[in-house]
Design a protein around this ligand. Structure first.
Ligand code: AMP
Length: 286
């Protein structure tokens, strides 16, 4: 029997819900309990270890966990080298530089000589050093966006997704220094150790993420409209065409990008399709 693998995931904060949803959607059966330390997965030799988002990288580096899910920004900030197995597409944000709304600076180059407050000092230092822009980094552990108002700093570097928090604090973004999303990471040597489990897990996560971006379309149409409809449906591969019991009618099945659906439906209808069904896809392995 292969040994069980350990996956470290966040126990608090904004990455928790999408991470648990992804793991459940991938078919892993486990109890969340009260997110106490460890949850064994019933159908896969995997234990889920709930830790602080910021500790995932160290746990994986130290071998306490074999693999982990955390933010790309936290891996970059740690300076630790781990293999990024897969980018997970949620928890998207950017590490952005911002100044008070009425400040003179218009881009990051103009921050030279200023005090920049951040909870990401390593990423901030390395970005500005690589561009020969001298700044003074003020390291804070939270409430970075109030630092200019308190007179602690002239500018900030902080994580931003919509930009609303910056605007609410009277700040204006002058540039992005790093873009981030949730990532699956693994420590050295894990691939051999766990008898292909990492690859299986990665395939399942990839299948869920690929399925979320797509929809399954079913429609009926007169056979004479076939080529007009086919040209609207590039999909993954060519669509399936099935003859219907009703002479001269066909059913068309296709996988399409979810983002394109609303543009596509009226065009399919205009090209002769009827009874169009849009169905979710659970998993997709291309
Ligand atoms: P937590 O502080 O535990 O809620 O999680 C912070 C992590 O969530 C960050 O390290 C990022 O990877 C991710 N994240 C996504 N969007 C944002 C955002 N707007 N602000 C802060 N963190 C974000």
């Amino acid at each position: 029997m292969s040994r069980r693998m350990t996956l470290a995931v966040p126990n608090k904060g904004r990455l928790v819900e999408p991470t648990l949803e992804l793991l459940h959607d991938a078919g892993l059966v486990f109890e969340e309990r009260d997110r106490s330390l460890v949850s064994p997965v019933e159908n896969v030799p995997l234990d889920i270890l709930f830790v602080r988002t910021g500790d995932v990288v160290e746990f994986v580096r130290d071998g306490v966990a074999d693999i982990g899910i955390t933010g790309a920004d936290l891996l970059a900030e740690s300076g630790i080298e781990l293999r990024v197995v897969r980018r997970l597409g949620y928890g998207r944000c950017r590490l952005a530089a911002a100044v008070p709304r009425d400040a003179a600076q218009g881009d990051v180059g103009e921050l030279a000589g200023l005090r920049v407050a951040t909870a990401h000092p390593a990423s901030t230092r390395s970005y500005f050093a690589a561009r020969d822009i001298p700044i003074e980094v003020i390291t804070l552990s939270g409430a970075v966006e109030v630092a200019p108002r308190l007179g602690l700093a002239d500018a900030i570097v902080d994580l931003v997704s919509s930009g609303v928090t910056l605007a609410d604090n009277g700040l204006r973004e002058v540039g992005s220094i790093l873009s981030s999303e949730a990532i699956l990471v693994c420590g050295p040597g894990v691939a051999e150790a766990a008898d292909g489990l990492l690859e299986r897990l990665d395939t399942m996560l990839g299948a869920v993420l690929a399925a979320r971006r797509r929809k399954y379309l079913l429609m009926n149409a007169p056979a004479a409209r076939r080529s007009a409809l086919e040209s609207l449906l590039p999909g993954l591969e060519s669509p399936s065409i099935v003859p219907l019991a009703h002479e001269g009618m066909i059913a068309i099945h296709a996988v399409v990008e979810a983002d394109e659906i609303w543009d596509l439906l009226p065009r399919l209808k205009a090209a002769g399709a009827s009874g169009i069904l849009v169905l979710p896809i659970e998993k997709l392995v291309a």
